[in-house]
Write a protein that binds this ligand. Structure first.
Ligand code: FAD
Length: 567
C-alpha cells in the first residue's frame, strides 16, 4: 500500500485528511494523521473567552476531541513528531517511524513567550496574560472582570503572528466590554504594535486606524518589545521606550515547529520554506505544506489553510498521476474583524490585491460588507464556528458556490485600491501632456487631418488669433461630419489626407466642424475631478487651460487609466 502521512490534526491537517479520504482510492492508499494533542481547539473563539461575550462562557464549548473531525477511514496516531527524513521518506515519532510516499505538513505555529525577557515567568499573574492559548484565554477572564480603572495594554510582541487582526479585535471588544460595564471612561486602552500602524495592509490600516481613533483606542506603533517586568508592570522596547500597564494582554512571538528546522525544511524560525504558489516544500520532493507552518507571505489564518488545501490536494493528485504541480495558490485570505457592539468587518485579499471595499460574496447583495462594519458580518463571524466543525473541517466547503479558493473581484470596488485612491488625489498637472499639438482657426481641414495622423493624436486644440483656446477638433468631429462609424477612424483620416480634399458637407476649415465651447480643466484640479468631467461629458480628453484661456496641456483618459491600473 502507498502511504500519505499528514502531520498535525488541526485546521489544515483535519481538512486535508478529509479531502484526501474523499479523493484517493483507499484500496491503494493509506492515510495516517499524526498529532501530539488530545483536543482540537476552535481558535477564533479564544478572542471571546476572556470577555465571556456572545455565549462564549465555557472553554469546553470551543474544543472537541482531536480525532473527532477526522474521517473514520484514516489512521490516527497520538505522538510527538521528532524528525522528518526527506531522503529516506520517513517520519520519526515518539511511538514509531512512518514511511511516506507523500507528506503533508500542517503543524501550525506556537506562542513563544520565552523569546521576550520576563514574559514567560509573568504570564498568568502580575497582571500579565495572553488570549492566544486556551489556558491563557481562560485565565485572563478574572483579570478583566475585576478591572475598574487603569491602563490595559495589548502588545503584539513581534511578527509574524497567527490571525494578525486578533489583537485589534481584542482592543475593540475591550472597548465594548468596559463600556457595557460602565467603566470605559476610567480605563485607557492602548494597542502596542511593531507595525507602523494599527495593521499591515494600507487599506485596512486606514480604516482600522480611524476606527481605533473613534473608539478612543490608542495605538503605539513601531514598538518592538524587548522585556516585560511583571512586578513593576512595565513593558520595554528595544529602542528604550517604556510603557506602564495595569493589565498587559501580550501576544508573544509565534514560532514555527522546531521539528521543521531540525529536519532541514525550515527557515530558522521553524516555518517551512514553501513555494508560495504550488505549496511544495522548497527543499524536498513529495512534501507539501499548508496553514500556519508555511513561510508564505499571506496571513496565518484558518481561512488560508482552507484555501491552500485545494491547491495541495490538486497538486498531490497531479503528481500521483505523473503531472507537474500547478502554481495555483494566490495567497487568498479572508477574515472577519470583530469590532464590538454586535458588529464586525470583513477583509478579503490575496498576495497581490489589497483588501477592498464592496460586498461579499455577491455584488450589491452581500450579505457581508467588505472593510465596513455591519451586524451581518458579526452574525457571520459567530456562525462560522458551526461552519468550521460541520463543513470546513469535513471538506465540504470547496463545493460551495461563491466561496472559491481563489480571490475574485465580484462585489469588490476597485476604486478603493490604495493605488486608485492615491491617483484620484493627484493633480492634473502631475500627469498632463505639456507638449500639445494645436491648430489655428481658419486652418484647412486637410492640413489638420494630416497633422493629427502624423503626430498620432486623436484630437487637437484650436486656437484663435491671440493663441487662446477657441475649440477642439477631434476624430469624432470628422466622423460626425462625414457620418461614419468609429472603427474607420485612422483609415478615414488617411483617406482625407491622401485625396487632399474635404468631403461634401464637411466644410473646408477647422472652424466648420470643431467642437465649441471646449471642455477644459485647470492644472491644479484633482484627477478625481478630471475623471468626473470626462465621464459626464463622455469625452476622452480635456484641454488644460489657465485663467487667460491659454493651453497648458492635455490630459487624456489613457493617462489616467495607466495610473489607475493595479499591480
Ligand atoms: C486568538 C486567535 C483567533 C483567531 N481567529 C481566527 C479567525 O477569526 N479566522 C481565521 O481564519 N483564523 C483565525 N485564527 C487562526 C487559525 O486558528 C489558525 O490559522 C489555524 O488554526 C491554523 O491551522 P493549522 O492547521 O496550520 O494549525 P493548527 O490548527 O494550530 O494545528 C497544528 C497542529 O499540529 C500539532 N503539532 C504541532 N507540532 C507537533 C509535533 N511536533 N508533533 C505532533 N503534533 C504537533 C498541534 O498539536 C496542532 O494540533 C485565530 C487564531 C487565534 C490564536
Amino acid at each position: 500500500m502507498k502511504q500519505v502521512v499528514v502531520l498535525g490534526a488541526g485546521t489544515g491537517g483535519a481538512l486535508i485528511a478529509n479531502l484526501l479520504a474523499q479523493k484517493l482510492d483507499l484500496r491503494e492508499w493509506v492515510i495516517t494523521v499524526v498529532d501530539r494533542g488530545h483536543v482540537h481547539v476552535y481558535q477564533p473563539a479564544l478572542l471571546f473567552l476572556p470577555f465571556a461575550l456572545y455565549g462564549h462562557d465555557d472553554p469546553k464549548d470551543v474544543v472537541r476531541p482531536i480525532g473527532d473531525p477526522l474521517p473514520r477511514n484514516v489512521n490516527f496516531l497520538t505522538a510527538d513528531i521528532l524528525r522528518i527524513d526527506t531522503e529516506k521518506k520517513t517520519v520519526e515519532t515518539s511511538l514509531t517511524t512512518l514511511r511516506y510516499d507523500f507528506l503533508v505538513g500542517a503543524l501550525g505555529c506556537r506562542v513563544a513567550p520565552e523569546e521576550i525577557e520576563g514574559l514567560a515567568d509573568a504570564i498568568g499573574h502580575d497582571g500579565v496574560h495572553t488570549f492566544y492559548t486556551l489556558e491563557g484565554a481562560t485565565a485572563m477572564r478574572p483579570a478583566l472582570e475585576s478591572m475598574r480603572e487603569g491602563r490595559l495594554v495589548i502588545d503584539v510582541c513581534d511578527m509574524p503572528i497567527k490571525c494578525p487582526v486578533a489583537p485589534i479585535e481584542f482592543a475593540f471588544l475591550a472597548d465594548y466590554y468596559f463600556t457595557q460595564k460602565g467603566v470605559r471612561d476610567a480605563i485607557d486602552i492602548t494597542l502596542v504594535t511593531p507595525y507602523s500602524g494599527a495593521f499591515t495592509k494600507p487599506n485596512a490600516n486606514r480604516v482600522l486606524t480611524e476606527m481605533a481613533r473613534a473608539k478612543g483606542v490608542n495605538v503605539v506603533a513601531d514598538f518592538a518589545a524587548e522585556s516585560v517586568d511583571g512586578a513593576a508592570r512595565t513593558l520595554r522596547a528595544f529602542d528604550g521606550r517604556t510603557l506602564e500597564f495595569d493589565l498587559l494582554c501580550a501576544i508573544p512571538p509565534n514560532l514555527g515547529p522546531q521539528v521543521l528546522d531540525d529536519s532541514g525544511l525550515g527557515d530558522g524560525t521553524g516555518y517551512a520554506l514553501t513555494d508560495p504558489r504550488t505549496l511544495k516544500a522548497r527543499s524536498a520532493d513529495f512534501v507539501y505544506f499548508l496553514g500556519d507552518n508555511t513561510n508564505v507571505s499571506t496571513s496565518k489564518a484558518g481561512s488560508v489553510a482552507h484555501f491552500e488545501a485545494e491547491t495541495v490536494v490538486e497538486n498531490l493528485l497531479r503528481e500521483i498521476a505523473g503531472k507537474p504541480a500547478l502554481p495555483s495558490f494566490d495567497g487568498h485570505a479572508n477574515c472577519f474583524i470583530e469590532t464590538g457592539h454586535h458588529k464586525a468587518m470583513l477583509l478579503d485579499f490575496n498576495y497581490d490585491i489589497e483588501p477592498l471595499e464592496g460586498s461579499f460574496p455577491m455584488a450589491h447583495v452581500g450579505p457581508f460588507s467588505l472593510l465596513k462594519e455591519s451586524h451581518m458580518n458579526h452574525v457571520g463571524k459567530l456562525a462560522f464556528q458551526w461552519v468550521y466543525w460541520n463543513l470546513l473541517l469535513k471538506g465540504r466547503l470547496p463545493n460551495v458556490p461563491l466561496l472559491p479558493s481563489h480571490m475574485n473581484f465580484i462585489g469588490k470596488d476597485l476604486e478603493t485600491t490604495p493605488h486608485a485612491r492615491h491617483a484620484r488625489e493627484m493633480k492634473v498637472r502631475d500627469v498632463m501632456t505639456k507638449e500639445v499639438v494645436s491648430v489655428h482657426k481658419g486652418s484647412a481641414l486637410t492640413a489638420a487631418a494630416t497633422l493629427m495622423v502624423q503626430k498620432k493624436v486623436s484630437g487637437v486644440p484650436v486656437l484663435d488669433e491671440h493663441d487662446r483656446l477657441a475649440g477642439v477638433l477631434t476624430e469624432a468631429d470628422f466622423l460626425s461630419a462625414m457620418n461614419l462609424e468609429q472603427s474607420a477612424v485612422t483609415d478615414t483620416l488617411e483617406t482625407v489626407v491622401r485625396k487632399r480634399r474635404a468631403r461634401k458637407g464637411m466644410g473646408t476649415i477647422v472652424d466648420d466642424i470643431m467642437t465649441t465651447p471646449p471642455i477644459t480643466i485647470r492644472e491644479d484640479e484633482t484627477l478625481r475631478e478630471a475623471v468626473t468631467l470626462m465621464d459626464t461629458n463622455r469625452i476622452k480628453r480635456l484641454v488644460v487651460t489657465d485663467d487667460d484661456r491659454r493651453v497648458r496641456g492635455v490630459v487624456s483618459r489613457g493617462d489616467l487609466l495607466r495610473l489607475y491600473a493595479m499591480k
